[in-house]
Design a binder for this molecule. Structure first.
Ligand code: FAD
Length: 323
């Protein structure tokens, strides 16, 4: 059964977030030959539309309004409801990002629909669409089907393979002039807490430090390794609590949940609360002085040694590979 599916594309710091393309790929599977319509919000929305078509969207609907230049659940909620009223989709896909996690339940409630959140795979099996999502902090996976109403899902960044970019693709881009009522909260300015760099939740490579880095300066070798690998730096709560780095880097049960292709844990013991945020990474490398450390139980490759010796050696070797 073919369906019309809409996806919400996210713009951050002047570029489309990769999860926007992953949402289109998931929507293609859900649409089963039906139309995939990507939605873009904000005054500059038009300029990003073609890229979404190159990555598989059949059509793009923009709502160009200055009230949508910054995310607010109020403004985006009104705009999305206007798009949904006009498009009447049978499927909706958002990224499982801070934005998606805030907005999707609100819209699902308004639509009186269910919500399958944090999806890591979508497949067709036995005539059903089956959605896989991690449960119990990533220790198990459950498979869900939607039996009634709109299929509303959020997809975890870095899990659904994007479709091949094809500049030969074309599609209509239309603007919907939705009436956005006065917002109850207005974002005046966004001041970023961390320095520029690769977004942790979408990074393909993460070099994470724990209490074993011993100081804020101890993160420097990790930053150098992350830079060579084009990755981001993360941390355990132990390192954040000790004041070695900002809490925005924290990975785990009460921090960010990440699924990079490569996770390098340096001086992290592997407490259950940390594993909750990274154990679904595709390849895990652990560097720890203690051969009994719990992190080795989830690691694909373990290096027993002093991180201050091992990390610079890795950086040097990776540098050679890049030349
Ligand atoms: P430690 O456990 O102290 O481990 C440091 C490791 O570094 C040791 O294994 C040691 O052998 C190694 N080491 C030391 N020096 C070196 C060296 N030179 N070279 C190599 N290795 C070295 N934690 C999180 O990470 N994320 C969370 O989201 C989170 N949420 C929590 C929520 C709750 C409700 C609670 C109770 C706890 C939570 N924690 C969380 C904390 C968690 O239980 C651990 O305390 C924390 O993860 C430990 O951080 P760590 O591994 O960096 O430090």
């Amino acid at each position: 059964m073919s369906r019309k599916v809409i996806t919400l594309a996210e713009i951050r710091d002047g570029s489309l977030r990769n999860v926007s393309f992953e949402a289109i790929a998931a929507a293609k599977t859900i649409a089963q030959g039906g139309e995939v319509v990507a939605v873009l919000l904000g005054e500059s929305a038009q300029s990003y539309a073609n890229e979404l078509i190159y990555y598989g969207a059949d059509r793009v609907v923009t709502v160009e309004n200055e009230k949508l230049n910054h995310y607010t659940s109020d403004g985006y909620g009104q705009a999305l409801m206007a798009v949904i009223d006009s498009e009447k989709p049978e499927g909706i896909v958002f990224g499982h990002t801070a934005l998606g996690k805030d907005l999707a339940p609100k819209l699902a409630t308004k639509l009186n629909s269910g919500l399958v959140s944090d999806v890591v795979a979508v497949e067709e099996a036995g005539g059903n669409l089956v959605f896989t999502r991690p449960i119990y902090s990533g220790k198990a996976f459950e498979k869900k089907i939607v039996t009634d109403g709109v299929i509303f899902v959020t997809v975890r960044p870095n899990n659904i393979p994007v479709l091949e970019r094809d500049e030969a693709r074309s599609g209509n881009v239309t603007n919907l002039s939705a009436n956005i009522k006065d917002l109850r909260t207005i974002v005046k300015e966004v001041v970023r807490k961390t320095a520029e760099g690769v977004d942790l939740s979408e990074a393909k490579v993460i070099v994470a430090g724990g209490r074993g880095v011993k100081s804020a300066d101890g993160f420097k070798p990790l930053q150098e390794l992350a830079e060579v690998l084009g990755g981001a730096v993360g941390a355990s709560r132990g390192a954040c609590d000790a004041g070695y780095c900002d809490y925005s880097l924290q990975i785990g049960q009460t921090g960010k949940v990440v699924t990079p292709d490569l996770y390098i844990a340096c001086g992290i013991s592997g407490a259950i609360q940390h594993l909750a945020g990274m154990s679904n990474s595709k390849v895990i490398v652990a560097i720890n002085k203690d051969s009994e450390a719990n992190i080795f139980k989830v690691a694909d490759y373990g290096i027993v040694g002093d991180l201050f010796e091992v990390v610079p050696l890795l950086t040097e070797e990776f540098k050679k590979l890049k030349v």
